[in-house]
Design a protein around this ligand. Structure first.
Ligand SMILES: Cc1cc2nc3c(=O)[nH]c(=O)nc-3n(C[C@H](O)[C@H](O)[C@H](O)COP(=O)(O)O)c2cc1C
Length: 202
């Protein structure tokens, strides 16, 4: 590559930028990278929904999010672990792909649960399960939790429903939108091998 090109147009810098955006997304609630659209495969075809970015491990090239093990997405990932996540913000779209790993009854899920606040734990107390058809609109939560967060003891009831989905990335696509012309690059790796980049016409 021409050494006069700006650093952001070198693959190594580009990877750094992507991981910085993702790390900010995990840390900062107001970051546009705090949530992503997650795509899974179903018997009907593709399914997409938002999830909150909860874990970013740049060293191992992994992202993670939390979900209810009773949700459709969990079952879909059990059946086909190939997933994609799509982020957009600061004139950049980041698309990532990998084979998800499900954690629910292990140290990874235990640690994530420990770090999950009471308000977030509340989501895992829905009864019946997320996605259940009901005769009227409902949160599925016990009535007193519509105003309050659960206490520690009550929140513990949600642990059995709590799952962590870790996605070791195998493919990252970066699209930068700009008036002078967009730029697009794909970075791919095999297993834990080095990332290799190529430019694409946007
Ligand atoms: C901004 C936003 C963030 C969300 N974050 C999560 C999340 O981190 N985990 C989750 O399971 N659902 C999350 N949801 C709800 C999902 O998008 C989805 O509606 C729900 O999990 C049911 O999906 P499923 O039936 O495909 O499993 C979020 C929704 C929005 C709008």
């Amino acid at each position: 590559m021409d050494s006069r090109e700006p650093p952001s147009l070198r693959f190594a810098s580009l990877l750094e930028e992507v991981w910085r955006l993702l790390a900010d997304g995990q840390r900062l609630r107001q970051s546009p990278f705090h949530q992503a659209v997650l795509a899974t495969s179903t018997a009907r075809g593709p399914s997409a929904r938002y999830v909150v970015l909860r874990q970013v491990d740049r060293e191992r090239g992994m992202l993670g999010f939390h979900t209810d093990r009773r949700s459709d997405k969990w079952t879909e990932i059990e059946r086909d672990p190939r997933v994609a996540l799509c982020f957009h913000g600061h004139n950049v779209q980041v698309r990532v792909e990998g084979r998800a790993i499900l954690h629910h009854d292990d140290a990874v899920a235990d640690l994530a649960w420990k770090r999950t606040g009471l308000m977030s734990r509340r989501c895992y107390l829905a009864d019946p399960a997320p996605g259940t058809v009901t005769p009227k609109p409902t949160s599925g939560l016990p009535a007193h939790l519509s105003k309050d967060r659960p206490n520690e003891a009550e929140s513990a009831g949600g642990r059995v429903n709590f799952g962590v989905v870790i996605v070791p990335l195998q493919r990252i696509e970066w699209l930068h939108l700009a008036f002078e012309g967009h730029r697009r690059a794909r970075l791919a790796r095999t297993g834990a091998g080095p990332w290799r980049g190529e430019w694409l016409v946007p």
